[in-house]
Design a binder for this molecule. Structure first.
Ligand SMILES: [Zn+2]
Length: 152
């Protein structure tokens, strides 16, 4: 059992000012800084360093991404998952359509990474207009997806 009242030496600045807190965490994204509540972690009063347990990190990122998406009006994890299925695409195929790196769509669907404004809008356009998929220049493997190549 952890003594929540204990103050210990900060491993970063060396001052005995590291203590437990559950005050809101601030997570920075390109779009701004978002508050995340509901986590207990250690914080140094001297240098401001925060120590978050490794097994809490994914939960903290997910909470921050969910807050940012709600504030910015971006698609949720469930919506991204749903539109990908509606379009008949694997994660790798959606990445190819959007021109984003390998593994990106999985991180969006797990909610650990915030999708950018451009990708968000492009996904909304594709969701509403799946006939545009081949226009992006990416053609699915034969037998996959509801689209076909255009004869030129
Ligand atoms: Zn410190």
């Amino acid at each position: 059992m952890v003594d929540m009242n204990a103050v210990r030496v900060c491993p970063v600045c060396g001052v005995e000012a590291m203590h437990w807190t559950d005050e809101p965490l601030l997570e920075e994204f390109r779009e701004g800084t978002f508050e995340v509540t509901g986590f207990t972690y250690e914080k140094c009063d001297a240098c401001g360093e925060t120590l978050i347990r490794g097994d809490q990190l994914e939960d903290v990122f997910q909470a921050a991404v969910a807050t940012a998406r709600a504030d910015l009006g971006r698609l949720s994890s469930d919506e991204i998952h749903q539109l990908r299925h509606d379009l008949g695409l694997t994660q790798a195929e959606l990445e190819a359509q959007l021109g984003v790196g390998s593994g990106t769509v999985g991180r969006w669907e797990r909610g650990t990474v915030l999708q950018g404004a451009t990708a968000d809008r492009l996904m909304r356009v594709l969701w509403a207009h799946p006939e545009l998929l081949p226009e992006l220049g990416y053609v699915a493997r034969e037998g996959r997806g509801p689209y076909r190549t255009r004869g030129r």
